[in-house]
Ligand binder design. Structure first.
Ligand SMILES: [Zn+2]
Length: 86
């Protein structure tokens, strides 16, 4: 059985399509660009782009949510460190 990370947050996403950055280290966010005739999902850091299909858009939203969540965790963790170790 397929498992989507946030199926309750992104209804309709099958979890079978993913959008990949040019490298695993890229921390960019996906954004929707273009007009109705030529919309794409593009990373604001590495520039990788995909056609803005419904599945690609949902996969990009999923990854952006995960990135926001990880940033919050990192920030909360940093706040617990002594000031000289942040
Ligand atoms: Zn990227």
């Amino acid at each position: 059985m397929e498992s989507a990370p946030f199926p309750e947050v992104i209804p309709g996403w099958s979890g079978k399509v993913s959008v990949e950055h040019t490298s695993a280290e890229c921390t960019g966010s996906w954004r929707l660009l273009g007009d109705t005739a030529g919309r794409v999902i593009e990373c604001d850091h590495c520039g990788r782009a995909y056609p803005a299909t419904a599945e690609n858009r949902l996969a990009a939203i999923d990854e952006n949510y995960a990135g926001i969540y990880l940033c919050r965790l990192a920030s909360e963790g940093a706040a617990k460190l002594p000031p000289d170790q942040r």
